[in-house]
Design a protein around this ligand. Structure first.
Ligand SMILES: [Zn+2]
Length: 274
């Protein structure tokens, strides 16, 4: 499932492929990716001939700003991806939208259809975009502010890390990795973290995002859940393997319906900073 780094790579590719270019063709087969679902023809008409002024990303959302004042929002859901192909080429499997600029077709593919494309007019807002908290990459995270916002939160820090109003773009993979980097037990209540631990966590979120961007960047992005994909992560998806730091066997638990892998030794609950 694409998280901040994967969405950022999609956004960078879109910027490179579409930035300052005009759509010479738009293909939008109706699908549940398009919201509202019945608007395919209207959306196509509003995109045709328009020029892309800029591509933004916040959390797991991408926004294409057009010269008409409209904005096309894209959420990649679980399997969504923007890819390019020659306009003369055959459609890719699971194409849900294609934006053509000169010789290049930039297409949104999504096998499982959990993604979303939504056009908003000038002055219209997308509530999900507005509700996002600070983005670790574009805004940076303020440890003191986060410490204050964690106070009173009795849920586990792992579950709270996935709250998009606190850590926009962090998902199960980045949350799992960040807790490992920060040596924090994922089962600890969010409110129990000390200031020093929150500082470590904030730094760790930045580290794991930077590390993932370095490993995955490029035009041919592959998600870790795809069949045969490599796993570039230190602990995510590696239960039963030795901890890369201390060789203790990594354990898997389920929190809020999501799997967390952690090192019971490096991330021991009793560990306290000096
Ligand atoms: Zn360890």
């Amino acid at each position: 499932m694409p998280e901040l780094p994967e969405v950022e790579i999609n956004a960078r590719n879109l910027r490179r492929w579409l930035g300052r270019k005009s759509f010479t063709g738009v293909t939008l087969p109706p699908s549940r990716v398009l919201r509202p679902a019945a608007s395919a023809e209207e959306v196509r008409a509003r995109l045709e001939g328009r020029r892309v002024q800029g591509v933004d990303r916040r959390g797991k959302w991408i926004r294409l700003r057009l010269d008409s004042g409209d904005a096309l929002y894209s959420h990649l859901g679980m399997t969504g991806k923007w890819v390019e192909r020659p306009t003369t080429g055959a459609p890719l499997p699971h194409e849900r939208a294609c934006l053509t600029v000169a010789e290049r077709a930039v297409c949104y593919t999504d096998p499982r259809l959990f993604g979303r494309l939504q056009l908003k007019g000038r002055g219209e807002r997308l509530p999900e975009w507005e509700a996002l908290g600070p983005d670790p990459l574009t805004d940076g995270l303020d440890a003191a502010l986060i410490k204050a916002r964690l106070a009173g939160k009795r849920r586990s820090i792992k579950e709270v890390l996935l709250d998009q109003s606190l850590f926009a773009g962090v998902g199960n993979v980045q949350g799992t990795e960040a807790l490992f980097f920060a040596r924090i037990d994922p089962r600890r209540s969010a409110a129990s973290l000390t200031s020093a631990e929150v500082e470590r966590l904030v730094e760790a979120v930045g580290q794991t995002i930077a590390r993932t961007l370095e490993k995955e960047s490029g035009p041919k992005l592959v998600y870790v859940e795809e069949a045969g994909a490599p796993n570039p992560f230190l602990v995510y998806g590696r239960e039963g393997e030795p901890c890369p730091r201390c060789a203790t066997r990594l354990e898997r638990i389920v929190q809020g319906g999501r799997a967390t892998v952690f090192c019971p030794r490096c991330q021991a609950a009793h560990r306290r900073p000096r």
